[in-house]
Design a protein around this ligand. Structure first.
Ligand code: FAD
Ligand code: NAP
Length: 344
């Protein structure tokens, strides 16, 4: 009878042994599961909680979203004075929690939209089950994707001036890009550096005029038009960035700019890797929604904020579509419940 106590020979004992060694992953069920804790996800949570949907928010690896990487926010309605991005996001989260939303420190790595309720899996194996899902996973910084870039990340090359700009006090730095982010990063860097070069591949910016006016008025900023960065150049011991190899986009001539810091600010890509093949994405990878709504190609799955918006991409529009997603989700659930009770 010794085999009864031997997990290698008794399958029942083996199962109970394995279950003790590897406990079942936790499961969290909710009516409304929200992916992302930027302005879109938190606004959806505020509306969802107030509608009694007990939302769970899976925060992702950037709690608070993109605005936590910036300082001054001057265009979010309701504040006459300049406010700070991280502060605004803390306030939004506090409001969402105050009305009953539950925050989870996790990142969704797998989704199953083929079953109801929807089933999603977090990074550590935690299972999330939701009657509706709101995708608010936002966007991430784009990189130039030139061979030397990866090598110099953290050694002079960054995508967030507000995060590491302080380390370049008194040093020459460059920003690459021509949108709002690039212009703001260049302006911000003048707090630390007396010599900031903004490098743009064309001869005009797409940044808002008010930002451009500030840029051109700042004597610490020099603009290099029609230039692309072909290579990050290293040197020193320990090795760090010492310069950029630039190519003129009109005549292909090569030049060099000496800098110790370079900030890539060329836009963002939607965070939709996890959803590929699970619902309809457009050719740029943004979640497709029905015009004028947040409904995706899967009934019961809604998308809001930068993950579905490549035109406006503002905190206030993200918050606005977050509100829309919660209202669309609430209506969807009410209709589904009405149909179920009529059929019973
Ligand atoms: P994000 O803010 O991108 O949030 C996405 C969230 O999704 C994050 O919490 C992330 O952790 C989470 N996530 C991602 N993948 C997963 C996953 N698999 N599972 C779970 N969670 C996930 N707009 C303005 O209106 N005014 C400004 O002054 C302004 N300044 C800016 C400055 C900078 C430097 C940048 C980069 C942007 C700025 N913007 C500004 C734009 C604004 O930040 C964005 O439009 C807004 O944050 C988009 O909100 P969102 O909620 O859609 O996404
Ligand atoms: P963006 O508006 O998409 O601009 C990206 C810039 O980078 C463009 O000038 C583009 O050049 C350039 N670029 C793209 N790929 C490149 C490459 N491979 N090499 C060199 N240059 C490249 O991105 P963003 O500036 O990050 O702004 C994103 C959104 O956030 C926008 O909607 C913006 O309004 C918003 N935002 C708002 C604020 C604010 O309101 N204060 C602040 C920051 C961001 P081309 O012009 O030639 O295409």
């Amino acid at each position: 009878m010794g085999w009864l106590r031997d997990p290698a020979r008794n399958p029942y004992l083996l199962r109970s042994f394995l279950l003790k060694r590897a406990p079942m992953p936790a499961t969290h069920s909710t009516r409304m599961l929200i992916l992302g804790s930027g302005p879109a996800g938190l606004s959806a949570a505020i509306y969802g909680a107030r509608a009694g949907l007990s939302p769970i928010i899976v925060q992702g690896i950037q709690p608070g979203g993109q605005l936590t990487t910036t300082t001054d926010v001057e265009n979010y309605p309701g504040f006459r004075d300049v406010i700070q991005g991280p502060w605004l996001m803390e306030e939004m989260q506090a409001q969402a929690e105050h009305v009953g939303a539950q925050m989870m420190w996790d990142h969704i790595v797998e989704v199953d939209f083929s079953r109801r309720p929807f089933r999603l899996i977090g990074d550590g194996g935690t299972i999330y089950s939701g009657d509706v899902v709101v995708i608010a996973t936002g966007a991430q910084a784009k990189w130039l994707n030139i061979p030397s870039e990866e090598h110099f990340k953290g050694k002079g090359v960054s995508a967030c001036a507000t995060c590491v700009g302080f380390f370049y006090r008194g040093k020459k730095v460059a920003v690459i890009g021509g949108g709002n982010t690039a212009v703001e990063e260049a302006l911000y860097l003048t707090n630390h550096s007396h010599d900031v070069t903004l490098i743009h591949r064309r001869d005009s910016f797409r940044a808002e005029k008010i930002l451009q006016d500030r840029l051109f008025a700042n004597p610490k900023i020099n603009v290099l038009w029609n230039k692309a960065v072909d290579r990050f150049i290293g040197g020193g011991d320990p090795e760090g960035l010492v310069g950029l190899e630039l190519r003129d986009t009109r005549d292909a001539s090569i030049s060099r700019l000496d800098v110790e810091g370079a900030f890539v600010a060329i836009g963002h890509s939607p965070a939709t890797e996890t959803f590929k093949g699970k619902l309809a994405l457009d050719s740029d990878g943004y979640v497709e929604v029905e015009t004028g709504s947040t409904r995706t190609s899967i009934p019961g799955v809604f998308a809001c904020g930068d993950v579905m918006d490549k035109v406006y991409r503002q905190a206030v529009t993200a918050a606005g579509t977050g509100c829309m997603a919660a209202l669309d989700a609430e209506r969807y659930l009410a209709e589904a419940e009405f149909e179920a009770s009529a059929a019973a």
